[in-house]
Structures are given as C-alpha cells and as structure tokens.
Ligand binder design. Sequence first.
Ligand SMILES: C[S@@+](CC[C@H](N)C(=O)[O-])C[C@H]1O[C@@H](n2cnc3c(N)ncnc32)[C@H](O)[C@@H]1O
Length: 223
Amino acid sequence: MARETQATRARYDRLAALYDRLVGSDGRGSAGSQWRARLCAAASGRVLELGMGTGANLPYYPARVELTGVDISPRMLSFARQRAERLGRPVNLVVADAQDLPFPDQTFDAVVSSFFLCTVPDPGAALAQAWRVLRPGGELLLLEHERSSRPLLGRLLDLVAPLAVRLVGDHPNRRTRLEAARAGFVILEEVPLWLDVVYFVRACRPRAPGVATGSPIRASCTG
Ligand SMILES: C[S@@+](CC[C@H](N)C(=O)[O-])C[C@H]1O[C@@H](n2cnc3c(N)ncnc32)[C@H](O)[C@@H]1O
C-alpha cells in the first residue's frame, strides 16, 4: 500500500471515535442530514459506498438497497458496523482501498461517495475503479465539496488546503466534478447545496463507449 494511503488509514483510525461529533453526523434535521437523505434516495439496486467511514449515510438508504461499504480504516468501519446493528440495516462491510477495489467488473448498479473524494490520495484512481465496478448505465452519486470558482473563496480554499491536508487529510480545493468527467462519467444532474462548494452530483457510466459528452451518450445512460 502506498505511503499516503497508509497515512490516510492511520489518520482516520485515530479520528474514528471523534468523527461523528466533529462533522455533526450524529443528528438528523441538519443541512448535512438533508444532503445525505437526498444522496441516498437516488441509490437503488446493488450499491457500493466508497469511504463509508462511520456509516453516516446508513439511516438514509432505502430499505430495498443491497448495500456494500468499503473503507481503508478498520476503526471507522467498526463504528459503521455498530450503527448498522443499531439500525437493523444489512450491509456488507469490507476493509479495502477504493483505489484498488476487490470486486469484479460491473458488479454494482450505483456507486456512492460522500466527502470521500476530498480525502482519498488519488481521486482519479478511485473514480477509475468506480467506473470498472459499475455496470454500463450504472450511476455515480456524489455528495462532495470542491474548490469554489469565486475568486476570493477559491483562493481562500487554496490557502487553507495545506493545513487541512495535514490535520484531517482533506483537500478543500479539488475539482471533483471535472475529475469525474475526465474519468468518463456523464454528469446528469449537479445541484449546488452550499454556494458553489458542496454539490450533489448524479452521473453515469454510459452504455456506449467513446465520447463521454453529448446527447447520444447522455441518452445511453438511461433506459
Ligand atoms: C471525510 S471521511 C467521510 C466518511 C463518510 N463517507 C461520510 O460521509 O461521513 C473520508 C473517509 O474516506 C476513507 N478513505 C480515505 N482514503 C480511502 C481509500 N483509499 N480507500 C477507502 N477509504 C478511504 C477514510 O478512511 C474516511 O473514512
């Protein structure tokens, strides 16, 4: 395992007991919980959540979803396991590197990621793996924050990035939607939830190979 990935695991193993209080993912009713509800409501079928962490999204998945969650941090996943037990929510939890997933090609109908692509060392590799394990026509569902295109806010996020990376392994100035498009996903829906920083994104792995943009390809996401 690459050094940066090992460091991420160690960091989240250390943060695990504090995580829910740090990000406020304990309670319902907050903006964050509404965002999570929106994200999970879009998922159906066989669903893989990348970087599931403490399982903050678990309360929000529809009951019929067949759920698998991966995380590099065993400690984070142990909290997800406890949460799943409390909720009576069946979930297959796997300690694994999202940059090198242990699943066959085209296993899932949807891949979900919330506040994960900002922490994974190589988001391009994680998106390539998401593509590989999604069936053609399958959906990538994101709740992520990224660099603002507003000059002042964007610059501020650039400035705080080195500290955020050192403290919590978070890269606040990534361009996640752009990275998803570069990985070949077709963006079907993008909803700004907080300024132009936090987004809900629904994208798909098109059925047709080749160009990843344009209406014929977009059409190949549905039906
Ligand atoms: C900021 S937390 C988000 C947790 C959860 N998705 C949420 O919405 O609260 C990022 C999570 O990604 C996990 N992670 C980071 N790099 C990873 C990798 N290469 N493979 C799998 N999980 C990873 C971390 O261990 C951590 O649990």
